[in-house]
Design a protein around this ligand. Structure first.
Ligand SMILES: CC(=O)N[C@H]1[C@@H](OP(=O)(O)OP(=O)(O)OC[C@H]2O[C@@H](n3ccc(=O)[nH]c3=O)[C@H](O)[C@@H]2O)O[C@H](CO)[C@@H](O)[C@@H]1O[C@H](C)C(=O)N[C@@H](C)C(=O)N[C@H](CCC(=O)O)C(=O)O
Ligand SMILES: Nc1ncnc2c1ncn2[C@@H]1O[C@H](COP(=O)(O)OP(=O)(O)OP(=O)(O)O)[C@@H](O)[C@H]1O
Ligand SMILES: N[C@H](CCC[C@H](N)C(=O)O)C(=O)O
Ligand SMILES: [Mg+2]
Length: 491
């Protein structure tokens, strides 16, 4: 594509150029620039991309898009906001791929990864070829690719959608983080279905207030567009039991499908019964009703399933297929994942890293624990500090044995993070063991028959970041080693 052909999509009359090179690729990272790239300068939180123009030109950049004048012997195009321009150009450069996909976006504080995986599983059962973008990976068919962010930057996103279109993907389902919505990473994504899971405290380091956080989440529903395309109707899937839904329903012109347990909603679960092996409930939808018997555990899992069912009904998947898929869904890696080495107590690895998710998962555990409940939990460094005392308070409120430890301390001193947690558990009974491996070993060594040990916060993660260093660390592997040691000691 020629530079001028590309730039016309910015609808900016003040851009005048003498040269018109062919643009072979668009890059926002100078290290990725190749011959013929358009290099876009982004002012980041850490560095300013404008400082990498020289490097980009040396690597063969054919043109530069910047917010301020930069010295270069290739054409330099100045715009007010390079991030916004990048979203427009990425969409055009990759042939507006989201117009060619059924695109489902899932937002909310907790349950995005789980809900996207349930949707993907249902769509697989419906013999569709699917794509998935989220915290764990980008997945196209069976092929996975590693990711840095839950919702990538617009450039990576549009490139990924183009790959999906080329590989004949039918539906792409993705997590849409509040950061991504606020930073415009998803500008240009033509969503067909937008799903809201729930809203509770997280990320106040970034959004500062709950209202700003809610507003950011609401952008997904507002961005479904203020028009009615009856050939391609848009749907907002909203959790009627969450107070934020009232706000989001006013932000969107899309057709609303509500779901819930407490309120009278379009898609509803009733008569929920839980065992340690799964959950049984009556499912009511406009397309049919059925008693569902699934392996996923807990009321929060029912919410995720209701959200997924609604999104799939909006995508015209038939009711029978949906129910069959839910019933054989195995669960998602690192989410309420049981580690079983034949021991006479239960060990669960879970990704609860917010007050609300910790409370949900602990109350679920309490419902089937035959004996005591242990929780091993920490809080991430360089993230919302105000959730630390709340998570500690919840841990001591529900668990009989709380072991506070480190999550990913990142640049913070792990002892300081522990102290922030301990402030929420004053006069309570707990243990603090800064080394996560030792904390897990301690819990497992002290568990008795019928106890449940919940290891929270890192779920599927296979690393621990302490300072700038990243160590191999997998809660499931550490738990297995601790169980093995216990077995050897008992022999
Ligand atoms: C705070 C934040 O969101 N930071 C994101 C941001 O990084 P940054 O602003 O620090 O980037 P930077 O390093 O300053 O670089 C600025 C520019 O210079 C360029 N550069 C840099 C170096 C170089 O040699 N050459 C060069 O051209 C970079 O490519 C970039 O274009 O842009 C990066 C590239 O897109 C992101 O990976 C990074 O996410 C970081 C890793 C992050 O932790 N983000 C979190 C807060 C986040 O976004 N989380 C949400 C999920 C939250 C949830 O739901 O739980 C998410 O969607 O992931
Ligand atoms: N609907 C829900 N309501 C409350 N808690 C939930 C819900 N679903 C899952 N959880 C809890 O939250 C944890 C994280 O779930 P999941 O990874 O699906 O969320 P996420 O929204 O993708 O998180 P992230 O923001 O890190 O991407 C789970 O391990 C579980 O403890
Ligand atoms: N997406 C979340 C993940 C938190 C996971 C937890 N293990 C941590 O590192 O804080 C975040 O970036 O806040
Ligand atoms: Mg996620």
């Amino acid at each position: 594509m020629k530079l001028k052909d590309l730039l016309q999509y910015l609808h900016n009359d003040s851009i005048h150029l003498d040269e018109n090179p062919v643009i072979q690729s668009i890059e926002m990272d100078s290290r990725e620039v190749k011959a013929g790239s358009l290099f876009i300068c982004i002012k980041g939180f850490t560095v300013d991309g404008h400082h990498y123009v020289k490097q980009a030109v040396q690597k063969g950049a054919a043109a530069i898009l910047a917010e301020e004048f930069v010295e270069a012997d290739v054409p330099v195009v100045i715009v007010k906001d390079t991030k916004r321009a990048m979203a427009v150009l990425a969409d055009v450069f990759y042939g507006q791929p989201t117009h060619k996909l059924n695109l489902i976006g899932v937002t909310g504080t907790n349950g995005k990864t789980t809900t996207t995986h349930i949707i993907e599983h249902i769509l697989n059962k419906a013999q569709k070829k699917n794509g998935l973008i989220g915290t764990m990976y980008i997945k196209i068919g069976e092929q996975t690719y590693s990711v840095k962010n839950t919702t990538p930057e617009s450039l990576t996103l549009q490139k990924t959608f183009k790959q999906m279109v080329d590989q004949k993907v039918d539906t792409a389902v993705m997590e849409v983080s509040s950061h991504a919505l606020h930073m415009g990473r998803v500008h240009g994504c033509d969503y067909d279905v937008a799903v809201f899971t729930n809203l509770s405290q997280d990320h106040l380091d970034y959004h500062e207030t709950m209202e700003a956080y809610r507003q950011a989440k609401g952008l997904l529903f507002a961005q479904l567009g203020n028009r009615f395309d009856h050939k391609r109707p848009k749907f907002a899937i909203l959790n009627l039991d969450d107070p934020a839904t009232e706000h989001f329903s006013k932000m969107t012109t899309a057709h609303i499908i509500s779901y819930g347990i407490e309120q009278d909603s379009d898609v509803k679960a009733d008569n929920i019964q839980m065992t340690s092996a799964g959950t049984v409930f009556d499912l009511y939808t406009p397309k049919g009703q059925r008693k569902v018997c699934m392996k996923l555990i807990g009321k929060f899992s029912v919410y995720n399933v209701l959200a997924a069912v609604s999104a799939c009904l909006a995508s015209n998947i038939d009711f029978e297929t949906i129910v069959r898929a839910i019933e054989d869904m195995e669960g998602v890696r690192g989410r309420f994942e049981v580690v079983n080495e034949g021991q006479d107590f239960t060990v669960i690895v879970d990704y609860a890293h917010t007050p609300d998710s910790l409370e949900n998962v602990l109350t679920t555990v309490k419902q089937f624990a035959q004996n005591r409940t242990f929780v091993v939990v920490g809080c991430g460094g360089d993230r919302d500090k105000t959730k630390r005392p709340l998570m500690a308070e919840i841990a001591t409120k529900y668990a009989d044995e709380s072991i506070f430890t480190s999550d990913n301390p990142r640049s913070e001193n792990p002892i300081d993070i522990l102290q922030d947690m301990e402030a929420g558990a004053k006069d309570q009974y707990y243990h603090s063991i800064v080394n996560r491996e030792k904390a897990i070993y301690f819990a497992i060594a002290n568990a008795k028959p019928g106890d449940v040990v919940l290891i929270a916060g890192k779920g599927h993660e296979t690393y621990q970041q302490i300072g700038q260093e990243i160590f191999n660390f997998d809660d499931r592997e550490v738990a297995k080693s601790a169980l093995l040691e216990l077995k050897l000691n008992q022999e």
